[in-house]
Design a protein around this ligand. Structure first.
Ligand SMILES: [Zn+2]
Length: 169
């Protein structure tokens, strides 16, 4: 059997947390994007799988990235901040039964966010009231965008859809 030639693998960039904007990104498989030879956004990866077909695209795509991107973590911030944060909370793949240490970067960020909210309570409450008053348009637009982006990378996977009203409010 002929050996498969070593091809350049496309990794897929994780949807970044908005407050980390401007920082070098990470791939879904956990590498700095600067350290890999090629990477795609989630949308670009979807386009690639659509254009090349599942089997051909899979040969030149990092499968760890592809399977992570294919699951619930594929949402954009606009479609679901919940899903994007959940992806980062699961970073590192801790073994079962080992709780997070409590002093990780995301812990420090959440502490900082809580302190910022405390320092700007009226603004926070005003923003929340605004989101509560008219959530449907923004959420529906984001959900429509997510659906319009086309089929999932792999057939047979459950599609990710933003529930009407954005889920748990
Ligand atoms: Zn990868």
């Amino acid at each position: 059997m002929a050996e498969r030639p070593a091809a350049v693998l496309d990794h897929i960039e994780r949807v970044p947390l908005p407050w980390r904007e401007g920082e070098p990104g990470l791939t879904e498989c956990g590498k700095p994007v600067a350290a890999v030879s090629a990477f795609l956004s989630h949308d670009e990866a979807r386009e690639k799988f659509k254009a090349q077909g599942q089997q051909r695209a899979a040969m030149s795509t990092c499968m760890t990235c592809a399977s992570a991107a294919d699951r619930r973590w594929s949402a954009s911030w606009a479609a679901s901040p919940h899903q994007v944060v959940a992806r980062w909370l699961n970073e590192g793949g801790r073994p079962w039964g080992h709780p997070p240490s409590g002093d990780g970067r995301i812990d420090r960020e959440l502490r900082a966010i809580a302190l910022l909210v405390e320092a700007h309570r009226p603004e926070f409450d005003g923003l929340m009231a605004g989101f509560g008053a008219a959530p449907s348009l923004a959420v529906r637009r984001a959900a429509k965008g997510a659906r319009a982006r086309g089929p999932r990378l792999f057939e047979g996977g459950a599609r990710f859809d933003v529930p009407e009203g954005g889920g748990n409010a």
